[in-house]
Design a protein around this ligand. Structure first.
Ligand SMILES: [Zn+2]
Length: 384
């Protein structure tokens, strides 16, 4: 047999411990202890989450006699916010930093923990992105555009997901997580086919690729039912499966198998202020349609055209945007040019596609994705 030509090693990164189940918030201190952590702990969260969970954190920390402090998150993951969290954690001499909330809180606290070289604990209260398990922080500017993406050295020491909290989270956030999760397999497959380095600089393991595929399969099978459970605040097996897919499988999949066009298009969409009211996964969902449309122009197959159609119908069922109009983006050459230019800058994961991609190809793929979305809406309306 031929030897493997690449010198790049297989790399798989993950959190030290992932726990998921109803009412785990009450076990926060016990779970910290199970990975060898203790107070003082700085907990950072938004006001809604603090109102909901602070008494339970206090009880849990008190049961072990650990000092903790709660800080209100500033609302955006900016460099300034990260610095403020660092300063507060220094004043507390925090031994662990805990982020509770959505992707932006987690990213900011993760960056602050990395700066202080203390462990980071991730407690997602919405299943809206695959940020919780990763070592990645996306830093935004004050105007909401993406500033930089930083890969830290360590994944979280602990990821604690209280599925009852997720069941009571806004359904729109749950739907967004489904959109983000759905991109994982398509991007992993493309990044692996091009032998691109993963987010952690290695080659994708078979494990990461399998997890990415499983993520897609679970979301397709259980996504609609789980979203309905979230709307009714029910912790069910379908809800638990989709939380695991959107949080653990998607997180491990994107980080250890790779991103490609879908997330690059997301970053392109963020360059337009009209999209700032949309959630990460809502933009990634459309980015996934663009991803497949790009592949279809270069390597057209009947299977892929069926897949684009299936995906557009699924996104419509979930309430995710499949057209430029639903993304509040004017259907103009100028908007497409802006998105495509940002999506193809040299550092973008767009270049992990298994063929050369330029801005004009992305622009054309946006037109094709939008057309697929419109067609899916039309067939949905007439009951096809
Ligand atoms: Zn994502």
């Amino acid at each position: 047999m031929m030897e493997v030509p690449s010198v790049r090693p297989l790399i798989f990164c993950s959190p030290l411990r992932y726990v998921q189940g109803p009412d785990l918030t009450d076990r926060l201190a016990d779970e910290l202890e199970s990975v060898g952590l203790s107070g003082p702990a700085l907990v950072v969260a938004g006001n809604r989450v603090i109102g909901l969970l602070a008494p339970r954190w206090a009880e849990s920390f008190a049961s072990r006699g650990w000092v903790h402090r709660v800080r209100v998150f500033g609302g955006e993951c900016t460099q300034h916010e990260v610095e403020q969290i660092v300063l507060e954690s220094e004043s507390l001499q925090a031994a662990v930093l805990i982020g509770c909330g959505g992707g932006k809180v987690l990213d900011a606290v993760r960056a602050a923990a990395a700066a202080r070289k203390v462990p980071f604990v991730s407690c997602p209260t919405v299943a809206s992105t695959d940020a919780p398990t990763s070592a990645l922080s996306v830093i935004y500017r004050n105007d909401g555009s993406v500033d930089s993406s930083i890969i830290h050295k360590r994944n979280p020491d602990l990821v604690l997901v209280d599925s009852r909290v997720i069941a009571h989270s806004p359904p729109r956030f749950f739907a967004s997580g489904i959109g983000d999760a759905m991109s994982t397999w398509y991007e992993a497959a493309s990044a692996t086919a091009s032998n691109s380095p993963t987010m952690r600089g290695g080659r994708a393991t078979a494990a990461a690729v399998a997890l990415a595929r499983l993520c897609r399969d679970i979301v397709f099978a259980d996504g609609v039912e789980a979203l309905d459970d979230c709307r009714h605040n029910r912790v069910t097996p379908a809800l638990e499966r989709v939380i695991e897919a959107a949080t653990l499988l998607s997180g491990l999949g994107f980080e250890s198998a790779g991103l490609a066009a879908a997330h690059a298009v997301h970053n392109g969409l963020c360059a337009l202020s009209q999209t700032h009211s949309l959630l990460h996964g809502e933009k990634v969902a459309f980015g996934t349609l663009v991803h497949l449309a790009l592949e279809q122009t270069v390597l057209p197959t009947l299977e892929r055209s069926v897949e684009i159609d299936r995906l557009a119908h699924f996104f419509i069922q979930i309430g995710l945007p499949v057209t430029l109009e639903e993304l509040h983006v004017p259907d103009l050459d100028a908007s497409r040019t802006t998105i495509a230019a940002r999506a193809t800058i040299p550092t973008e994961t767009m270049h992990n596609m298994p063929f050369h991609v330029d801005a004009s190809m992305v622009s054309a793929a946006i037109v094709a994705a939008d057309a697929a979305g419109r067609k899916a809406h039309a067939t949905t309306r007439i009951g096809l």
